[in-house]
Design a protein around this ligand. Structure first.
Ligand code: NI
Length: 166
């Protein structure tokens, strides 16, 4: 699967809810392969060009998939550097909740509610943002955005071109 970069319109769309099916399960498996190949810890369907509410993470605690995820509880604050496969080479300090509770459907079609903290909580919040068209650049400070302006411009151009020729 191809990863769409900042500048691609699909990353700015609000993704559609998904009904579980065996095809969705296969799609999720392909997403995991793509994420592993790029050494990512999280990926959202819009990043591979599909505007659907599906996210996956693997922060070293095993692979997890969430269909139609909803963050139902947030607790505490934490600030850390975050990257994104759609922003190669760029890292921003971003504030997230330290602990969350998330409700979703898993890759087998079952309803789940899980608690996550630390890196897992951060990754889930980052990926849920993707489903709402929100990107790390939107959550970065004005100063950090300024500092990265040159790199951002370059990636944005590539992202626009990628989408035009796909
Ligand atoms: Ni991302």
């Amino acid at each position: 699967m191809k990863i769409y970069k900042y500048g691609a319109k699909v990353l700015r769309q609000k993704a559609e809810p998904v009904k579980w099916s065996p095809e969705i399960r296969n799609f999720i498996m392909e997403m995991f392969k793509t994420m592993k190949a790029e050494s990512g810890v999280g990926l959202a369907a819009p990043q591979v060009g599909k505007s659907s509410r599906i996210i996956i993470i693997d922060v070293g605690e095993g692979p997890m998939a969430f269909i139609n995820p909803e963050i139902i509880k947030k607790e505490g604050d934490s600030v850390a550097e975050e990257g994104c496969l759609s922003f190669p080479g760029i890292y921003f300090e971003i504030e997230r909740a330290e602990k969350i509770e998330v409700k979703a459907v898993n890759d087998k079609g079952g309803e789940i509610t899980i608690s996550a903290a630390g890196l897992a909580a951060r990754a889930i919040q980052h990926e849920v943002d993707h489903l709402n068209g929100v990107l790390i650049v939107d959550r970065a400070s004005f100063l950090n955005r300024k500092l990265a302006a040159g790199k951002l411009r370059k990636i944005k151009k590539e992202g626009q071109k990628d989408e035009m020729f796909s």
